[in-house]
Ligand binder design. Sequence first.
Ligand SMILES: [Zn+2]
Length: 474
Amino acid sequence: MFKHSCCADSRPSLPLHRLRIFATVVATSLAINSAHGWGGEHSRITAMAVEALPPVQRAVIAPEAAVMARVYCGFPDVNWACYGEWGGGNADPSLPRLPDLRREWEVSFYCGSDPALQKGKHYPHQAPQSLEAVAVHFGKTVEALQAGRLADGARFAGVMFHYIQDSGSFPHIMPIHRAFHVRNSDAIRIVGYEPQQLGNTPAEAAAALTARVRKLVDWTEQRLAPLLAEAGVSLDEAKRLTLNEQLPAAVTQAVAKLRAEKPADYEAAALACANECARACADALHTALAFAPRPWPPPAANRPDINLVFNPSFEIGDGDRVPEGWYIGWLDLRDRTGRAEWYRTGTHWDKPVRTGQRSALLLWTPPAGLEWRQTWRRAVPVNAGETYRAAVWVKARAATGSTWLALQFSDTAYEPVSVAKSAVVTTDCDWKKISVETVVPSNARWLRAILHTEANSGALWFDDVEIMRTRSIK
Ligand SMILES: [Zn+2]
């Protein structure tokens, strides 16, 4: 992982194992790929840092805590253009497509760099660049929290955590980093640690946090230095050799010797470093939350009778093949035919858009289905008992399968709770409105519109999506 996560100019070689982070809940130990740096440790360190917060702060971050550990702290490792592409990340035509995690979570927005459009600033995962990334994302975390945007704050904090955690895992000495793991993730814990407030203004705190992470790097070096010296290479020598070469033989051999002869000592050092990462993360989040409104405002209700969908007519986009606020959900990752296109007038003589210049197209879809879905950043926050009505205009040509609009409810962990479906379109039609009305179930927090079609050898265009809170429950 480190190969692609921490080196600025390299590209992913095998990102599949990284998906495990996203499929695994906190505190389960992950199978570790020994060729890479922190994997499941990211999740565990994040969870322990959040647990170390004072109770009032823990209550504020609680709705986002699980997903911070499961997803957000992994953002910088999935900010690659191969997500959503065919070929398993490796351009191997026999491998399934990678699900588009990057767009689903708008990872590039939260990381501040877009690998597909080559926009923004990419930060390598090691010091000193990682220190700058920490300070920048600390600032964004504070800004979001001050504005009452908890989910955004937690996502920026997840990126900040990742850079803190990578900084403490020897990314600057690759032979160590690649084999630096805590096999039993549950051993990572900082019970009793009291997070430190790092400054009285956001700017002062960002500077102090930079110094704090610099100290973290020094701390990890001093922790491992005596062991490395016993194995035949001094730490300074190891740093010097890895300046010009990723895997210098002398250092690789010393690490191999150390791991073979003193495995327990080596693993204890990795555990100590992971715990120090957790302390630094706790300090960072504790400090960011100190600038949040107190008391934290309770969730607000959406105003009724206004369209809550971002980019409902698909007109806005940055040119990277999908409209902003939407992404493609492939329900069959091995399908080689289906297409989801951000359709624009002028593509054909005919103009299958209802309003504006754009629509969303699904074409030649497999039996399992193909979808346009709202990204999590643009999901609508909802409260139990509220009523919502949603609608979309559909145009079907040479339709063979089934097409509908779904309202998907998810809980605070972003896990699906229930789905409400509109009437199903099975035959050709010119622009036709399909809709659905439903009550928010008790444990739901998020609502997303999903435009679905399956087993369709024809073409389906969607335009002008609407989600409105209605005034009363009948
Ligand atoms: Zn990384």
